[in-house]
Design a protein around this ligand. Sequence first.
Ligand SMILES: NC(=O)c1ccc[n+]([C@@H]2O[C@H](COP(=O)([O-])OP(=O)(O)OC[C@H]3O[C@@H](n4cnc5c(N)ncnc54)[C@H](OP(=O)(O)O)[C@@H]3O)[C@@H](O)[C@H]2O)c1
Length: 329
Amino acid sequence: MKAVMHDRYGPPEVLRLENVERPVPKDDEVLVKIYATTVNRSDCGLRSAKPFISRLIHPFFGIGGVLRPTRHILGGELAGEVEGVGAAVTEFAAGDEVFGINVGIYGAHAEFVCMRERAPLARKPAGVSFEEAAAVCDGASLALMCLRLGDLRKGKSVLIYGASGSIGTGAVQLARHFETEVTAVCNTKSLELVRSLGAHRVIDYTKEDFTKNGETYDVILDAVGKHSFRRCRASLKRGGIYIPTDGLYNLFWALWTSRIGDKRVRVPIPPRYTKKDILFLKELIEAGEYRAVVDRCYPLEDVVEATRYVETGQKTGNVVLTVNAGRAR
Ligand SMILES: NC(=O)c1ccc[n+]([C@@H]2O[C@H](COP(=O)([O-])OP(=O)(O)OC[C@H]3O[C@@H](n4cnc5c(N)ncnc54)[C@H](OP(=O)(O)O)[C@@H]3O)[C@@H](O)[C@H]2O)c1
């Protein structure tokens, strides 16, 4: 089968398309023929091993070595069709259309991948394309985790900074679903999109600094890792919670604020992806309450170009790779 391989850390150019052996499912695994996958920030972080300290952290999660990668095929998110199942699999059968995320294993930048039956994998939501389905799991799962850390409930207020990214577009829709008051911050070009996702108020960060308008929120989620607790602190209500999605130094702030002051920092580490959440997202999609935002689609062969684009930090929502010539629905 065709797969995108890399055997050293480095720029997008370390990725190359190769012919490798098709994986064989173990007893508790399903073999998925992939029609769409994504290039996301985790793929980029794992391939570049930047910042350098991540090389020391990857081995603890079993996703990379200090000197060399150990996951040679990237790609966590996927949508496709079950090609075969192991002897002990009961939930899926050949021909099922599925979507999910191969947490910690990766391998989806390829024509086929094996996933455990109990992994975050479910039947593809009815009525959405493989491209859309592939782009659901990562951003939305992380957004769900962040909103839970913020203990967001009906009537509370949340500001989502970086609302046009993968986590941001997920967080806006999920916060709206949880009946919170949603303020979203993004660039001029994304205002309409973010409003259409359900934000009650949208702030253009090129024209207004939300930390200076006197408004306060129960939760501030920095969905793009470009803000800081220090700068946001005055925009939090008493008892308010700041949730960053980047910056290891925030672990210090989480510890500090757990003992001092009336505002907290909570860090979504380690990230959690569960089958239960994937099934919840499928329900929301089928009820018309959630959609993955897809910015660009590239064929698998153009993975280097797709990766370069993701690393501009300016994608809107998600970037998809089509595999096996894709499939409409
Ligand atoms: N290192 C890893 O392994 C890893 C893995 C997953 C997630 N993360 C972290 O998770 C966070 C979100 O990831 P993601 O994939 O959701 O992000 P993303 O999709 O790459 O975010 C890009 C979006 O952020 C917007 N943006 C860029 N600069 C901004 C700024 N200064 N203020 C507000 N918006 C800005 C961009 O639009 P405009 O440029 O038009 O504003 C774009 O729509 C990041 O902090 C990322 O580092 C890291």
